[in-house]
Design a protein around this ligand. Structure first.
Ligand code: MG
Length: 414
């Protein structure tokens, strides 16, 4: 029988055991705490140009971070060289502090968008890659943890009309690779039916041609594959409204930028006139660029380009702003597998992820480049990317291969 005394002794004994465990736990935490890690210092930042701007940040402990920025090609290297004052000697784990110092230092130059922010995005992504490697954690873990393991990818179709001899090949590619969504371009500056080379009011024939592109693709793709259509922000408001109405029967995943992005009221007018979901934002920058779009309910879906809107944490913040309006995010993406995977870490961590763009299916040599760009090979499997558990972005660029593709006259991380 267990006496009260033996029970007390037992409890006291386990209490001692508990204290020992606590001490052990404290000792483990002390020896492994990231806050007690040897402080990293940035020693250098270098760039390379391939299809986009690649940034590499070096540290005194041999760790290197990779980042990518798009649409910063012509001036990107010199902008990044100008960022050295806020990078060299700093602890790369203070990502927000470095980002904000660089962002605010551009205010007087009006540099809150464009190439400056695209270059800043590449730097920010390289800092996250470094932070993950220094702490031994994948980036999604640093952005709030994982809400999904696989990111849905949509395929840019490469074709859109019945008379294209390659149409069958490209449509088969979308189906055979297992994609669940695709996008086509329907705007056409070279449409022979156009009366005017400058004005963007589509006439009846042009409207008919654009609608037929959607009809053709919708007939060609199985029902399970969603279809989106892009007008590239070229047309006037009346045309935007007409197209959105004409496309209603096709139940598009979205109609992208039926009017230019600068006038948010015009985008809202189109959205209010139709049941077709409207998507926009690939040429907007920072949270500030998306505020009005969301406040005025001008779009159903936002599509920041994570390699140019400000980077990974900024994209998370934009997604969170959108989430308060119940607006999902379907980022624009032209990046290499490095940037694509960096984007996937954000999309793994946000609740309101819809789908991510992929544009490398054609021509054939581009597809070959995609498969060899990183040492891990093709990161897309049956239309989804599985986010790796390896530290940082979790991919290693195949330098030997990518170096051969760099722009003539560019220097390779020199
Ligand atoms: Mg677009």
């Amino acid at each position: 029988m267990i006496s009260r005394r033996s029970l007390f002794k037992g409890a006291a004994g386990s209490l001692v055991g508990l204290l020992n465990l606590r001490e052990l736990s404290a000792a483990v935490q002390t020896s492994t705490s990231p806050s007690r890690r040897p402080k990293l210092k940035i020693t250098d930042v270098r760039t390379a140009f391939v299809r986009s701007l690649h940034v590499r940040i070096y540290t005194d402990q041999g760790l290197v971070g990779d980042g990518e920025g798009v649409d910063a090609v012509s001036g990107g290297s010199s902008i990044v060289a100008g960022f050295r004052f806020a990078l060299v000697g700093q602890d790369p784990l203070n990502v927000e502090a470095i980002f904000e110092r660089l962002r605010t230092s551009g205010i007087f130059a009006g540099a809150q968008a464009g190439q400056y922010v695209a270059a800043l995005s590449a730097v920010e992504i390289a800092l996250w890659d470094l932070a993950g490697k220094a702490l031994g954690l994948p980036i999604y873990q640093l952005l709030g943890g994982r809400v999904r393991e696989r990111i849905r990818i949509y395929c840019d179709s490469g074709t859109n009309n019945r008379s294209d001899p390659k149409a069958g090949e490209f449509i088969s590619q979308i189906i055979d690779l297992g994609f669940t969504a695709a996008k086509i371009d329907i705007d056409d500056g070279a449409d022979p039916a156009r009366f005017d080379r400058v004005n963007w009011t589509a006439n009846n024939a042009e409207i008919e041609h654009m609608v037929d592109k959607v009809a053709f693709m919708r007939e060609s793709l199985p029902k399970r594959i969603d279809l989106a259509a892009d007008m590239h922000g070229r047309y006037d408001a009346g045309t935007g409204k007409r197209m959105a109405r004409e496309l209603e029967p096709f139940k598009l995943l979205w109609l992208e930028e039926p009017v230019p992005p600068e006038n948010v009221d015009a985008m809202r007018d189109v959205r209010e006139s139709t049941h077709t979901p409207i998507c926009g934002g690939e040429n907007l920058f920072l949270r500030h660029g998306f505020r009005e779009l969301l406040e005025k309910r001008a779009v159903d879906i936002i599509m920041p380009d994570i390699q140019k809107c400000g980077g990974l944490l900024e994209a998370r913040k934009i997604a969170d702003m959108a989430h308060t309006y119940y607006v999902p995010m379907a980022p624009h993406c032209q990046a290499s597998p490095m940037g694509t995977m960096a984007s996937c870490h954000v999309l793994a961590a946000i609740p309101n992820c819809l789908v991510l763009e992929w544009h490398w299916g054609h021509p054939a040599e581009r597809m070959l480049q995609w498969k060899q760009w990183v040492k891990e090979g093709d990161i897309i499997e049956r239309g989804f990317v599985t986010v790796p558990d390896r530290p940082g972005i979790g991919l290693e660029m195949n330098d030997e291969f990518v170096r051969k593709l760099q722009r003539p006259g560019a220097t390779w991380f020199a």
